[in-house]
Design a protein around this ligand. Structure first.
Ligand code: A2P
Length: 340
């Protein structure tokens, strides 16, 4: 039986990474009932200190017994590390909330966005998966539109480099500040360390690695994960995932086809009362969602809601959220709050 007491002993695995640091901040900001916080990373970071509620906590290196006496373990150290350590953490009595892709599509592992499918949590067996960042903001905005009959969704993303981790943030900032040069060592690492392309002042239609079918892994996450979370296994989705030189905040241009005519006003009204959504849609005043607006917020911002020019059953919208917060750390802590 996995459970958590009121004051939880919490571990963050991947604490020194971009998402791990955001997790520490969110626990503080939301006043999560933490009895004890254990910060875990690779041996490279052991001995570093990070501050939490005014105290300096030392980062410890991961090892097989590091999750002993932990109630809630927030994992964000990559899929390989999750596959290796999540079962050990569960065995030692922790509930794992895993931010990696390792278990998301497994039967028996709830894939949870609290505003959308909180009921899925009930059947967990120790591991709960946090969805992909682009998926979370998409389903927060699609879920309230289910009542109109979702038929097809076309998505183009504009994704921040922080989704690739702290090293990618550093690489972009360095590239922006350094004079442009053809020296390959200063260019941005896409996915494999052998291939480098400029990221500053550029747009790259690649997020994660390419698959046999011509789509990237990120794009296929945007197909499989919404189907599982929305419980619509045959929903049709067509994603294109693009990396842009933004540090924090993913944007998505989304075209929704309904099974019958739906107006932009109906969509706007449904979204205005939806949990976790803030409609920002006053184009006359240049008020629309953008990544700098979303930075630091746990909300999903939606705007540019408009009818298709030719098809009465199609509505377009623009969706923005902080990928490290609602797309990762904030969603994970929301799940933890539901467990406590
Ligand atoms: P470290 O900082 O010691 O390398 P990001 O996604 O920002 O790159 O962060 C990844 C996080 O996961 C970091 O805290 C990193 O620790 C940690 N991490 C990555 N791989 C491993 C691993 N194999 N074992 C332990 N920690 C890992």
């Amino acid at each position: 039986m996995h459970g958590t007491s009121r004051n939880s002993r919490v571990a963050i695995f991947g604490a020194t990474g971009a998402v791990g640091r955001a997790m520490v901040r969110v626990l503080e900001d939301r006043d999560f009932p933490v009895a004890q916080l254990r910060l875990i990373a690779s041996p490279r970071s052991a001995g570093q200190t990070m501050s939490f509620r005014g105290a300096q906590l030392e980062v410890v290196a991961v090892h097989e017994e590091v999750f002993t006496d932990i109630d809630v373990a927030l994992f964000s150290a990559g899929a390989d590390a999750s596959r290796r350590y999540a079962p050990l953490a569960v065995e030692s009595g922790a509930v794992v909330i895993d931010n990696s892709s390792a278990f998301r599509l497994e039967d028996g592992v709830p894939l949870v966005v609290p505003e959308v499918n909180p009921h899925a949590l009930a059947n967990h067996r120790g591991i709960i998966a946090n969805p992909n960042c682009s998926t979370i903001q998409l389903v927060v905005a699609l879920s309230p539109l289910r009542r109109y009959g979702l038929k097809h969704v076309t998505i183009s993303t504009y994704q921040a480099v922080s989704g690739m981790g702290q090293k990618a943030i550093d690489a972009l900032l360095e590239e922006v500040s350094a004079p442009r040069t053809e020296d390959k060592t200063t260019l941005f690492p896409t996915v494999s360390s052998e291939s480098h392309v400029p990221m500053a002042f550029n747009v790259l239609p690649q997020c994660d690695s390419f698959l046999e079918n011509g789509y990237t892994r990120e794009e296929m996450k945007l197909v499989h994960e919404p189907r599982k979370i929305l419980e619509m296994p045959s929903l049709s989705l067509a994603p294109t995932a693009v990396r842009v030189p933004v540090v924090y905040g993913h944007s998505e241009s989304v075209e929704v086809t309904f099974s019958s005519p739906v107006t932009a006003t109906e969509v706007r009204t449904a979204l205005e009362s939806a949990p976790g959504v803030q409609v920002v849609d006053r184009p006359g005043e240049s008020l629309f969602p953008h990544p700098r607006m979303a930075e630091g917020s746990g909300l999903t911002f939606v705007g540019r809601i408009r009818q298709d020019l030719d098809r009465p059953n199609v509505v377009h919208m623009f969706i923005v959220a902080d990928n490290l917060l609602k797309g990762a750390a904030y969603n994970a802590v929301q799940i933890a709050e539901m467990l406590v």
